[in-house]
Design a protein around this ligand. Structure first.
Ligand SMILES: [Zn+2]
Length: 298
């Protein structure tokens, strides 16, 4: 599992991007993205924002590769995060989208029909809409520290139930990420106060796979392994929930997948955990811990 191919982006995510109306014309989208970003840069540099006074400064070089949907000033440009700056950003974002698709927000207001339910980490470097290039309305989300799913978390389970029973999403994606502070903390013995209770869930996973983890000498590699195992655990916990079992029982087609995001490359990789039936779940549950570490560098 350690040799994830960097370009192995989940097919369902690709299909989501392909069907995304707002970027469904690649050439035009690219031009629009440049244009939008120039507008936003210009706009954000104005102290007194005025939507009607935007002009194009023609500076293509400064255009960042951010989503045409969530495009805004890059973090490097934006030093202060005062509310006024945030509101100006928001106004620019709204204007840029309305210029491109005037009825976008009107359509949004009519309801949501996301096909993807994303369970990810709260880490600010892993923003699902941004990295998936999905528009508002395209992905239903639950995030917490270290993308943990436990059967006693009513918050997470409520979001899952709404996603499955009401929205009828077709894909549940659990995303772990390398460099996860929550997972790193769970690997250590330091106490962080209240959060220790939450990290206890990951420590349990660590205990279950202690032998394999202990066999890895490199600290970063050990952390990467636990990130992957933790994501797997969340995939299986979702699959074992009465919500998913009932959905499959009534013939609803939903697949749960595990992916990992590399904050050093911005790429998602599949973890090889796909569960779309009780049968799949049972097959995954039969896999022994040592097999999860079989092909990993020690
Ligand atoms: Zn994290």
């Amino acid at each position: 599992m350690s040799s994830h191919k960097a370009a192995a982006v989940v097919p369902i995510i690709t299909s989501q991007v392909e069907r995304l109306a707002i970027i469904d014309a690649p050439k035009e989208a690219h031009q629009h993205q440049h244009h939008i970003h120039r507008l936003i840069r210009k706009y954000s540099s104005e102290k007194d924002s005025d939507e009607d006074n935007l002009s194009d400064d023609g500076n293509d070089d400064a255009c960042c590769p951010r989503s045409p949907v969530t495009c805004g000033p890059s973090p490097a440009v934006e030093k202060g995060h005062g509310l006024s700056r945030l509101l100006r950003n928001n106004k620019a974002w709204s204007k840029a989208i309305r210029e491109r698709q005037p009825d976008f927000f009107e359509k949004c207001s009519q309801g949501q029909q996301p096909k993807v339910f994303w369970i990810g980490c709260s880490d600010s470097r892993v923003p699902e809409n941004e990295l998936l290039q999905l528009a508002p309305g395209e992905v239903f989300t639950h995030r917490n520290i270290a993308n943990v799913v436990v059967s006693t978390d009513l918050n997470c389970l409520s979001v899952l139930q709404y996603a499955i029973d009401v929205l009828k999403v077709e894909h549940v994606v659990v995303c772990g990420h390398y460099g996860c502070g929550g997972v790193a903390a769970a690997l250590g013995d330091h106490s962080y106060g209240l959060i220790d209770h939450w990290l206890g869930n990951i420590k349990e996973v660590k205990q279950q796979h202690r032998e394999g983890l202990d066999s890895i000498q490199d600290t970063e590699e050990k952390c990467r392994a636990l990130v992957e195992i933790n994501a797997r655990n969340s995939v299986l916990t979702v699959a074992k929930s009465p919500i998913m079992r009932a959905a499959w029982e009534r013939g609803q087609e939903v697949e749960i997948s595990g992916v990992v995001y590399d904050i050093k490359t911005g790429l998602l990789s599949e973890l090889g955990y796909h569960v779309k039936s009780e049968k799949d779940l049972n097959a995954h549950l039969k896999v022994e811990s040592k097999d999860l570490f079989a092909n990993r560098a020690q």
